[in-house]
Write a protein that binds this ligand. Structure first.
Ligand code: COA
Length: 175
């Protein structure tokens, strides 16, 4: 395990043109399509930071602040806010731009928690994150508070253990 990686080493921005398949018949983009892009951008930042298989453990409540239409471009800026032991929080800012007027607006903010896994699919340690700017430091402190809140929430609903679905290639052959 090294001493950590700066936020700037894993930060990503992706852009996606919204097409009819992303929208309802009135041309309003589905919230679920935005969530898929959020997960994709957040995963990319998490994987660039950890260089491990990482899985989405939680997406915090998302609110959509303004509509997005077919023909708009959606920009997703993702960066690692906070690293705990085997989990990390990635913050994603979603903006949409109208290609006709050039107006660009903040559409949503999301916080996605990933857990890094080892070769046996067990939670594995993640390198620490090094906040560089004042904004990185503020996001780190806020991410830490949210992580502590999630841990409290998890502890309160973990009375019964569930069986895990096995990875298909580890299952015994039936014929
Ligand atoms: C995420 C997952 C690996 C956690 O496994 P687990 O056995 O509960 O792990 P642990 O209790 O040892 O916790 C490991 C870490 O995950 C975090 N974690 C576990 N469940 C979490 C949740 N629901 N939300 C946020 N963090 C969570 C813990 O806080 C801990 O973090 P830390 O090591 O940084 O302190 C497991 O629940 C899983 O595989 N979920 C499915 C993930 C997936 O497939 N996602 C795609 C959508 S289906």
């Amino acid at each position: 395990m090294n001493d950590g990686k700066p936020v700037s080493e894993s930060r990503v921005e992706i852009a996606q043109l919204m097409m009819p398949q992303h929208a309802n018949p009135m041309g309003n983009v589905h919230g679920g399509d935005i969530v898929r892009l959020v997960d994709q951008a957040a995963y990319t930042a998490a994987a660039r930071h950890t260089h491990r298989n990482t899985v989405t453990a939680a997406i915090d409540r998302m609110e959509f602040l303004s509509p997005v239409y077919v023909g708009n471009v959606v920009f997703l800026k993702a960066s690692v806010n906070y690293v705990s032991h085997t989990s990390l929080e990635v913050g994603v800012r979603v903006e949409a731009e109208c290609l006709t007027t050039g107006v660009r607006t903040h559409t949503a903010t999301a916080f996605v928690t990933f857990v890094a896994l080892d070769e046996k699919d067990r939670p594995a340690p993640v390198p620490p994150i090094i906040p560089e700017t004042e904004q990185d430091k503020r996001r780190f402190d806020e991410g830490k508070r949210r992580h502590e809140e999630r841990v409290r929430h998890l502890a309160s609903r973990r009375e019964e253990e569930q069986q895990r679905i096995p990875r298909p290639d580890t299952m015994p052959k039936t014929s």
